[in-house]
Design a protein around this ligand. Structure first.
Ligand code: ZN
Length: 277
C-alpha cells in the first residue's frame, strides 16, 4: 500500500467498511507514514465534529421522538453521502478544501499525481545528461544561474551521482539529477534513480518536509515527493517503497549528523556552577 492507494481507501477505511486484512494493510501503512497518519487523524476529527453537531442539533430540538429518530437517520445518511461525495471530489477535482476546527487545509492529491506522472514519464525516457562524473558540489555550482531556484543535491546513501541536466516537470523548469545504486551484493544490478528539483513557492503541491514523504506510483515507478521550503523534490525509481523510505531516512540521519555543530566547551553561568571546597 502506498499513499496514493490510501488516498482512495481513506473514506471506506474511516467508515469501517473494510475486511480485516484490508484494514491491516492500511494500518501497516499508517504506522510507517506520518503524513497519512496525520491525514487520517484530521479526517477522523472532522467526522467526530460532524457527529457531535448532528447529535447536538437533534438533542436540542423539540421534535417528537419519531421525528427525531427520522432526523437522526437522515443525518447519518447525509453525513455518509457527504463523505462519499467528498471522496468522489477528491478523485475528480484538483482541490478540496476541508474545514478543520476553524482552520483550512488544502488537499491536492490530484495535482501531486499529475506531477508524479510527468516525472515518471520523463525518467523513463532516459534523457542524456549534460554534466557527468562530477562531485555533488560541482553539479550544484553548474546549476547555479541556470534555474531560478537553488538546487541542493540530495546525498543519497548507497547511490552514486551519475549526471545531471536541465529538465521540466509539467510547466516547471527543473533540475534532473541521476544516480545509480551501488549494488550491495555481487551479481546485483545497479538501479537507476532520478531526482527532479523544482520551484513550488505557491505551494500547489501537497508535499511535506522530510522525514515526511509521500510515495506514489506511476508507470511502473515509485515516486517519492517531499518539500524543502519553496522547492519540491521528486525521486523516481523502480526500487520498492520500503527501500526508498529507508534510503531517505538514512539520508536524513546522516545530514543531521553532518549539520550538528561540533561539540564546543559549554560555558555555564557563574550562578549555576557549584564549587565544592
Ligand atoms: Zn502515506
Amino acid at each position: 500500500m502506498n499513499c496514493q492507494e490510501l488516498d482512495r481507501l481513506l473514506y471506506p477505511y474511516l467508515d469501517g467498511e473494510f475486511q480485516p486484512e484490508e484494514r491491516m494493510d492500511v494500518e501497516t501503512h499508517l504506522e510507517a507514514c506520518a503524513d497519512c497518519a496525520r491525514r487520517v487523524e484530521k479526517e477522523r476529527e472532522i467526522q467526530h465534529a460532524l457527529r457531535r453537531a448532528a447529535r447536538h442539533s437533534v438533542q436540542s430540538g423539540r421534535a417528537p421522538q419519531s421525528l427525531r429518530m427520522g432526523i437522526q437517520v437522515g443525518l447519518r445518511r447525509e453525513q455518509r453521502r457527504a463523505s462519499q461525495m467528498q471522496w468522489l471530489r477528491l478523485s475528480a477535482a484538483a482541490l478540496v478544501v476541508v474545514a478543520v476546527g476553524g482552520g483550512w487545509i488544502a488537499l491536492r492529491p490530484e495535482e501531486r499525481q499529475r506531477f508524479v506522472e510527468d516525472a515518471a514519464r520523463r525518467h523513463a525516457k532516459r534523457l542524456p545528461v549534460e554534466i557527468s562524473n562530477a562531485a555533488p558540489e560541482h553539479v550544484e555550482a553548474w546549476f547555479n544561474g541556470k534555474l531560478d531556484h537553488q538546487v541542493s543535491i540530495p546525498r543519497l546513501p548507497n547511490a552514486q551521482l551519475s549526471g545531471a541536466r536541465i529538465s521540466n516537470v509539467k510547466d516547471r523548469p527543473a533540475a534532473y539529477i541521476s544516480y545509480e545504486t551501488r549494488p550491495e551484493r555481487e551479481g546485483q544490478e545497479a538501479r537507476r534513480i532520478g531526482v527532479f528539483v523544482f520551484d513550488d513557492a505557491a505551494r500547489d503541491l501537497d508535499a511535506q518536509a522530510l522525514p515526511s514523504v509521500h510515495v506514489d506510483s506511476s508507470q511502473g515507478y515509485n515516486v517519492a515527493v517531499w518539500r524543502d521550503g519553496e522547492v519540491v523534490y521528486e525521486l523516481v525509481t523502480d526500487l520498492s517503497e520500503a527501500d526508498i523510505r529507508k534510503m531517505l531516512q538514512e539520508k536524513e540521519r546522516s545530514s543531521r549528523v553532518a549539520n550538528v555543530p561540533r561539540a564546543e566547551p559549554v560555558v555555564l553561568p557563574i550562578s549555576n556552577v557549584s564549587h565544592s571546597p
